[in-house]
Every structure is written in structure tokens, then in C-alpha cells.
Design a protein around this ligand. Structure first.
Ligand SMILES: [Zn+2]
Length: 174
């Protein structure tokens, strides 16, 4: 199995090209979204406190930009547990079968390498956090199934192909 450090590295490489968005919440004028934008302005590149409860307000560009930090939070020793679990639950949300088909809105700007790196993260936590005695919750199982589908369906460039092939190797190992 890949190590936690290797997973963080894969995710960082896959999402390195994602630009920092000007606003982090979706275009919306409600006070909650304004608060999300303000919280990111004032804390540069660290995750603002209370983000665990605001994940659904983030725009797809914001989620793409924050992926390396969200993954790092789950894998580090001093994780924000609420943020970690809400993030994993978000990755395991049921996909919409309507338009566009088989789709998670927050991942609508991801490329193939980014889908593959996210899948690697989900497979890592499935293997590392759970066992026969403590089976993985349905969110994690469903997340892996959904993201396998996204990787198959997505198109990608040379760099992401490299990530995908290294992960194919990973997923074939026992
Ligand atoms: Zn809003």
C-alpha cells in the first residue's frame, strides 16, 4: 500500500496547477457565503476555523484549490476531525444521475489525474482506517465506487496519465 506521505505527494502534484480562486464560495450574496470569502481572505493559505461546517458552500474551483490541504488535514497527527470526516463524507456523496450524468458538482472542474489522486486517497483511508472488525462506513465504499467511475470517464493530459498509471499499479496489489 502507498504510504500516507506518498498519498499527500500524489494529491499535491495532481492539484498543483489549480489556481487560487478570488472568492471561495459560489457566486451568492447570502451572509454565510460572504463569511466564507472573508474567512479565506484573512487566513492566507491555512484552512480557516469552522470550515468543517461550510464545505457545501465552497465553489468547485475552491474545492479543487484546497484539495491538498483538505487531504493533509485528514492524514496529519493533529487533524481537525470534524473537517476530516465532513470532507470524506462529501467525497462519498451520492452522485447525481441527472444532468450532467453521474456527477458531483464540487468536482466538476477536476481532470483525470485529480480524480485519480482523490481515488487513491479514498482507497488509502479505506485500507488504513478500517478492518474486518471495524468495516468502512457506506460513504467511503460509495466514494471509492463513484471515483473509480470518474477516473474511467475522465480525459487527461500527459501528467495526469502518469499519475493514473502509477495508481493502476497500486490498485492491482493485494
Ligand atoms: Zn450563499
Amino acid at each position: 500500500m502507498l504510504t500516507s506521505a506518498k498519498i499527500q505527494q500524489l494529491v499535491s502534484v495532481a492539484f498543483a496547477s489549480a489556481p487560487r480562486p478570488e472568492d471561495f464560495a459560489s457566486a451568492c450574496s447570502c451572509p454565510e457565503c460572504a463569511d466564507v470569502n472573508l474567512s479565506f481572505q484573512s487566513c492566507d493559505d491555512t484552512l480557516p476555523p469552522g470550515l468543517a461546517w461550510k464545505l457545501p458552500l465552497l465553489s468547485p474551483d475552491a474545492v479543487r484549490y484546497l484539495m491538498p490541504q483538505l487531504v493533509r488535514n485528514c492524514l496529519c497527527d493533529d487533524a481537525d476531525d470534524d473537517l476530516c470526516w465532513n470532507f470524506v463524507t462529501m467525497l462519498g456523496e451520492p452522485v447525481s444521475k441527472s444532468a450532467p450524468p453521474d456527477y458531483l458538482r464540487f468536482a466538476s472542474t477536476f481532470d483525470r489525474g485529480q480524480f485519480a489522486a482523490t481515488l487513491a486517497f479514498l482507497k488509502f483511508i479505506h485500507a488504513d482506517w478500517y478492518s474486518e472488525a471495524e468495516p468502512a462506513p457506506k460513504d467511503v465504499i460509495r466514494g471509492i465506487r463513484n471515483w473509480e467511475h470518474f477516473v474511467e470517464r475522465a480525459t487527461g493530459d500527459w501528467c495526469s496519465e502518469t499519475i493514473v498509471s502509477s495508481l493502476t499499479y497500486f490498485s492491482k496489489r493485494p
